[in-house]
Write a protein that binds this ligand. Structure first.
Ligand code: FES
Length: 217
């Protein structure tokens, strides 16, 4: 018996170590601590899959896991890319102005496949003048369909050294292939096909997932 317990006994008080109130108090503190700890683990387990769904690992990306891209900061005429990559391939995300969208709807006799008839190069929902789900956002794999170089983005309508009547689009410096702002290839140049449109879907107004759509989900 401790000195304080001897004093308690002398005074007729219950020693603290035997006091049921004190024991219950200690147990309550333990349970609060334990549940706080368990809660922290629970939050941890809940948060990890959420974070991962927005940021797949490099290995998962290479295997084809969908990649989410926030397009909220993209202004008309700008391009995001050539990263992030999907399946190890660069992705271009371009924001098109209303004028650019209207321009894509004009007949253009220079194009090899203006109607996107080669369905190997885009999903069915991208078989339109802008080759995309939404006219204002073009999403293409950044690989030239000739030998796989990465074309450069020239978004402005202005004369360029490779085309004095340039209307905006992509130019491949390797062998001179040109593509319009919908990734449609100009005929008679080395690249045989339009740029590929990967499967994609908008999960909100400003976030697009590359690599997944209603057909592949
Ligand atoms: Fe693009 Fe040859 S790789 S034109």
């Amino acid at each position: 018996m401790s000195a304080s317990e001897s004093a308690d006994a002398a005074a007729g008080a219950i020693p603290e170590s035997l006091d049921p109130e004190a024991v219950n108090k200690e147990r309550r503190y333990f349970l609060i601590g334990a549940s706080a700890f368990t809660g922290a683990i629970g939050i941890g387990f809940a948060a990890v899959p959420f974070v991962r769904s927005w940021s797949p690992s490099a290995k998962a990306k290479a295997a084809g896991a969908p990649v989410s891209i926030d397009v909220s900061k993209l202004r008309p005429g700008e391009m995001l890319g050539p990263t992030p990559a999907w399946r190890g391939k660069p992705v271009f995300v371009v924001s098109r102005s209303e004028a650019a969208v209207a321009n894509l709807q004009q007949e253009n006799a220079e194009l090899a496949d203006p109607e996107s008839d080669n369905l190997d190069m885009q999903p069915e929902y991208a078989k339109n003048a802008w080759r995309a789900r939404r006219p204002e956002f073009g999403i293409y794999l950044g690989l030239c369909t000739h030998l796989g170089c990465s074309p450069k983005y020239y978004g402005e309508v202005k004369p360029e050294a490779f085309d004095p009547e340039w209307q905006g689009g992509f130019f491949c410096p390797c062998h001179g292939s040109r593509f319009d702002l919908a990734g449609r290839v100009v005929a008679g140049l080395p690249a045989p096909d339009n740029l590929e449109v990967p499967p994609h879907q908008f999960v909100s107004d400003t976030v697009v997932q590359i690599g997944v759509d209603e057909e592949t989900a």
